[in-house]
Design a protein around this ligand. Structure first.
Ligand code: ASC
Length: 153
């Protein structure tokens, strides 16, 4: 009896859990917030890597933490913008060109991903000239994409 009661209570509780209202439909604002997190993560790693490369902070032995993160995050930069609901949202810096010129944007993201991979490889090689060149290229890829696809760049 007691056992039955407990399992009934459990069943009801589980049923109630399953019957909870579905999470609200994702909005364009959710998509915008997500891509801003991804871009901020990229910016944070590039900034930390830059400080380390300049000898201002961070252990040079750990620089690949940041370059590897850039490579990983670069793979999400395109999808973050292409995601369902991807569209301009008021009060963000994402220009409509991201979606109107989707091929151009994809090419710019690919360029960044390639630059990040080259930067990671250069850091792994330990060749400081190669790191400096790859760092410049990566910054240029950030800037190039921002010029065309981000407000005020
Ligand atoms: C950064 C950062 C960017 C890029 C860009 C490079 O550290 O947050 O968006 O570098 O400024 O030109």
């Amino acid at each position: 009896m007691r056992k039955t009661l407990i399992s009934t209570v459990t069943a009801i509780a589980l049923g109630a859990t399953l019957a909870l209202p579905a999470v609200a439909e994702p909005t364009p604002e959710d998509a915008a917030k997500y891509r801003q997190y991804v871009m901020r993560a990229l910016s944070g790693h590039f900034g930390a890597l830059t400080m380390t490369a300049r000898g201002l902070a961070g252990d040079p032995a750990n620089m690949r933490i940041h370059s590897a993160a850039l490579v990983t995050l670069a793979a999400e930069a395109g999808p973050a913008f292409a995601a369902a609901g991807g569209a301009p949202v008021e009060d963000t810096e994402a220009l409509p060109a991201i979606w109107e010129d989707a091929d151009g944007f994809a090419a710019a993201v690919d360029e960044f991903a390639a630059a990040a991979a080259a930067l990671d490889a250069a850091i792994a090689s330990g060749d400081s000239d190669a790191v400096a060149a790859a760092h410049r290229d990566t910054g240029a890829a950030c800037k190039g994409c921002h010029e065309d696809y981000r407000l005020d760049d």
